[in-house]
Design a protein around this ligand. Structure first.
Ligand SMILES: *[C@@H]1O[C@H](CO)[C@@H](O)[C@H](O)[C@H]1NC(C)=O
Ligand SMILES: *[C@@H]1O[C@H](CO)[C@@H](O)[C@H](O)[C@H]1NC(C)=O
Ligand SMILES: *[C@@H]1O[C@H](CO)[C@@H](O)[C@H](O)[C@H]1NC(C)=O
Ligand SMILES: *[C@@H]1O[C@H](CO)[C@@H](O)[C@H](O)[C@H]1NC(C)=O
Ligand SMILES: *[C@@H]1O[C@H](CO)[C@@H](O)[C@H](O)[C@H]1NC(C)=O
Ligand SMILES: *[C@@H]1O[C@H](CO)[C@@H](O)[C@H](O)[C@H]1NC(C)=O
Length: 512
């Protein structure tokens, strides 16, 4: 028979267990790693040479992991291509690959290194996680043999995957994700036949994972949030900044806000290739971010996050479709943003209200500048269409942006500094999608935490005068269902453009 005392004791222990088994907040770390690249990615190296290079990078990751753990981090994310580098072909990546088993095998490589053949990198990552009692997220390469019984088996008899792995604080492999949306030129890897939905639970929330270019597409990224209700996204990336709308910190923080999740973005640091920009983003605001085109230094970022962030519901068309067109009076003109033809109108006054439309999208803006400078031109732009260069994705975009020069034909060109602050702005659009990502980017490619908000009726508006001059204020919408099936004649145009780009520019502006 249970005494009252025993009952009380049981109740108390259950309470304690419950309390100990979940936590309201946690500390996240992301590491912008200055990756050591292999000298040669065109001729195959031996496994020993491949391991030597990977261990050099792991030595640097080890320092970051130890430092993050000492500062109380529960999880650390390291970048895509952060262990072996980039620019491989199918043959030359091969010595860097390991067979990565399905996490269901319940494996701690640090305790049992020989269970799945030669897996030195997984062993080392597992030991780093275990020895420091921290979740470690890394990007490595997986190989899976196949044969004629599979009609899609590549001629060399194996699948090769760009793969994220997660080891928990005991060193156990808890997640393996094969990148779905490979970027152009990533020919060394195969995409899995179906998008993989990879999640895992912790005492500090539910996690989902994907890689770099995946962020522009519906699967698995949107599905993880909408159908699997993850709290936090883990995002290793090797991201080349493209202004005005696709700088890493800008777009990744906007995705966190638009989707209502925590987002841990770890980029590699290669400023010579315009690869920089990492951060820890909560749905209401970026917590910490890093953008550095000037030095070759790596950077470790830490921040506390809510384990289960709220995500407010926004109707992205409600306000914009409820008001009449705001008077413009100014001449519309066309211009290009990253190869997409926008409709623009110049903001001629220090203050004003404008509407600009393209196809199904009308964008409204109310603004007040601190001063109307003669040496800077800002425009309001609208774009509704299929983007087809370096990826195929349908966009609806409303954007306030600074033109590169006072010549209107430069509106939409990359520019990273500005001189005009805004006293206020409010931008909205008649979006045909619930997937809209709000971006505010200040001069020198900086974010504006705490300076703006999104209302439930779909306005992106300032809370105070901007702390720095403005590069762009943008609502970046995605219409996934209009991406359509790849179209041969369009693909041909993309190819032609790619070749032109490669010929014309030393750096191909691209996202990995
Ligand atoms: C690349 O080559 C240089 C010069 O031969 C050598 O010092 C360096 O260690 C090599 N780096 C790697 C990663 O193999
Ligand atoms: C072909 O591959 C399948 C699975 O990948 C394997 O079960 C089978 O044994 C292989 N057959 C041969 C002849 O290697
Ligand atoms: C995570 O936990 C939830 C409930 O707490 C459960 O429904 C779900 O199946 C778990 N997911 C995984 C991947 O373990
Ligand atoms: C969003 O608002 C518009 C206009 O007020 C309305 O027609 C539409 O049904 C709303 N959408 C949702 C999903 O509530
Ligand atoms: C813009 O609209 C707001 C509110 O609709 C109004 O208060 C303001 O006077 C307008 N500004 C200009 C310059 O027309
Ligand atoms: C592909 O796109 C071109 C140009 O937009 C169009 O003329 C053609 O009908 C499309 N083909 C298919 C199969 O959709």
């Amino acid at each position: 028979m249970m005494t009252a005392q025993l009952l009380a004791y049981v109740a108390f222990s259950v309470f304690c267990v419950l309390k100990a088994s979940s936590q309201d907040t946690f500390t996240a770390a992301v590491y912008e790693h200055a990756v050591i690249l292999p000298n040669d990615t065109l001729t195959p190296v031996s496994r020993e040479q491949a391991l030597a290079l990977m261990n050099q990078n792991l030595d640097l990751l080890k320092t970051a992991i130890e430092s993050a753990a000492k500062q109380g981090a529960h999880i650390i994310v390291t970048p895509e291509d952060g262990i072996y580098g980039m620019n491989f072909n199918r043959k030359t990546i091969y010595p860097y690959l390991e067979d990565i088993p399905d996490p269901q095998v319940n494996w701690i490589p640090c305790n049992n290194p020989n269970r799945f053949g030669h897996t030195q990198i997984q062993e080392r990552l597992s030991c780093l996680a275990k020895d420091n009692s921290i979740y470690v997220v890394a990007n490595i390469g997986d190989k899976k043999p196949c044969n004629a019984s599979d009609p899609q088996c590549p001629p060399d008899g194996r699948y090769q995957y760009n793969t994220n792995v997660v080891f928990d604080s005991q060193g156990k492999l808890v997640a393996r994700y094969h990148k779905q949306n490979l970027f152009m030129g990533e020919d060394q890897f195969n995409a899995p036949k179906e998008p993989e939905i990879v999640t895992f639970n912790t005492t500090f929330g539910k996690f989902g994972i994907f890689t770099c270019f995946d962020i522009l597409f519906h699967d698995p990224a949107v599905t993880l949030v909408k159908d699997f209700h993850v709290d936090t996204i883990l995002f290793p990336t090797a991201w080349m900044d493209v202004l005005p709308h696709l700088a890493a910190i800008e777009f990744h923080s906007a995705w966190a806000m638009g989707m209502g999740v925590n987002f841990l973005a770890s980029n590699i640091h290669l400023p010579g290739m315009r690869m920089t920009g990492s951060g820890i983003y909560a749905p209401d605001s970026p917590k910490v971010f890093h953008y550095d085109m000037k030095t070759n230094e790596a950077k470790l970022l830490l921040s506390q996050l809510d384990s289960h962030p709220n995500h407010p519901v926004v109707n992205w068309t409600s306000y914009a479709s409820s008001i009449d067109a705001l008077s413009t009076g100014n001449q519309e003109f066309k211009g290009y943003v990253f190869h997409d033809q926008y409709t623009f109108v110049e903001l001629t006054g220090i203050t004003g209200n404008y509407t600009i439309c393209q196809k199904d999208l009308c964008c409204h803006l109310s603004y007040q500048m601190s001063e109307k400078r003669l040496d800077e031109v800002y425009v309001l732009g609208a774009f509704d269409g299929l983007h087809i260069v370096e990826g195929r994705y349908h966009l609806q975009v409303c954007t306030l942006l600074k033109c590169k020069t006072t010549e209107l034909h430069t509106c939409g060109d990359s520019v990273d500094t500005a001189s005009t602050r805004f006293e206020m702005f409010s931008i909205s659009g008649t979006f045909g999608t619930q997937y809209v990502f709000p971006e505010v980017l200040l001069s020198k490619v900086q974010l504006a935490p705490g300076e703006f908000q999104v209302s439930s009726d779909g306005r992106l508006f300032s809370l105070k005068p901007t702390s720095e001059p403005v590069l762009t204020v943008t609502l970046f919408g995605r219409l996934y269902e209009k991406d359509g099936a790849p179209n041969a004649s369009l693909e041909l145009r993309v190819l032609t453009l790619k070749v032109m780009l490669i010929v014309m520019t030393p750096i191909v502006y691209s996202l990995y």
